[in-house]
Design a protein around this ligand. Sequence first.
Ligand code: UDP
Length: 458
Amino acid sequence: MSSVMDISPHIALLTSSGMGHLTPILRLAAMLASQNCHVTLLTAQPPVSNAESEHIIAFLAAYPTINRLDFQLLPYTPPNPETADPFFVQFEAIIRSVHLLPPLLSSISPPVSAFFSDITSAAGGHQVANDLGVPNYVISTTSARFSCFVSYVPYLLASESSIPVAETSIQIPGLDPFDHSNLPPPFFIPNHLFTKTLVSNSRALSKSKGILLNTFHDFEPKTIEAVNNGKFIQDFPRFLAIGPLEPHKLEIGDHQTLPWLDKQPTRSVVYVSFGSRTAMSKDQITELRNGLEKSGQKFLWVLKTKIVDKEDSEELGELVTGSFLERTKAQGMVVKGWVNQEVILSHPAVGGFVSHCGWNSVMEAAARGIPMLAWPLLGDQRVNAEVVESAGLGIWEKSWGWLGARLVKSEKIAEKVTMLMGDENVREKARKIGEMAKNAIQVGGSSHKVLIEIIQNL
Ligand code: UDP
């Protein structure tokens, strides 16, 4: 007698580096498990940050049916270890170690039916899937728009040795032009570790069976349609928009209580966070501190001073000095360390989000209809901010530039925060986006249909 479990696919997912990449993989793993798929999580060891180690352990304890396979990385030292970003180094270490995976995976039961890899290890993922004779799906952890840019890099490089810097914008078939100033500066440095890794991954994207995206059709309709209707690159794999990815059990659990937030009026608090790995300079932190105070708005600010959390040992008082905390204790709250962002954004008191536009953060805000003040700082974030602005989810002050390019003064910050919290128009648009996001993931919604179709195809 055959049971449903007998015909369920077995999907192996390879984790990457950094919470921005781990979070969507864990959410997807939980969603696949809830659809009765067999799921194996390949955890690249050792992870870079404490947050990653802690989340993997807690996640697997909460989902005992998900199988864990540790994937011990080969040691890798970059050419310039002092300045190299530890998360990028890990991307490279994963790609250099993937040949160890097929022997690990070929002996597990039931046999693996598909291999899902992160965009940062797409080249390695393609190789593993090929060796196992199974389809490879790539999980892109950024916007559909930035995913298009990444996918197009090999075509831009076909006639040049580096991405052309002369033009003010780059034309890509089927899409609105990409403003040069919004593309990450390392793209224009051919030997940069980020660019080298990315170029080899970009080439692998076109060989995948499909590209899974944490976005939804109505948020980025033009881009998704351009790819799926062949206007972008002919015969390019489909963009499979399955977002906003739903939070897993741990994120929903209210293990972190914020009594201060509970006391605030509905939609009165601006949440300020720049993600898991973006640290501002002390001068910029001071301007932000003063800006929040001057805005007169209630705030919940998550402060981060180092790229990797293991090194972030400075006490709160050393950063937000003097009487600030005392003076603003009715107006706001500053938190150092990990917070449960899902819980915060779902809290009725939160009415706005000042964000670096890491793509998970954008989708988490979209899912709840929370308007954003986009303050992109690195990598894909300015392109993501373009998407936020054009979808109507938030406002963006483009002149603030890349991280460290200029000091954004407190008066400007106060002005924009006040604008965000008082703008009824953007609030209403964001609310509508929240509704569209909910529809997308409901049974019969665009994202739900795509996910079910992927599972059925396997
Ligand atoms: N996050 C969180 N608490 C924190 C910092 C980050 O829950 O204190 C989560 C956030 O909800 C998001 C992820 O970590 O899911 C960060 O990813 P994102 O793409 O927004 O930014 P990144 O950290 O990759 O720059």
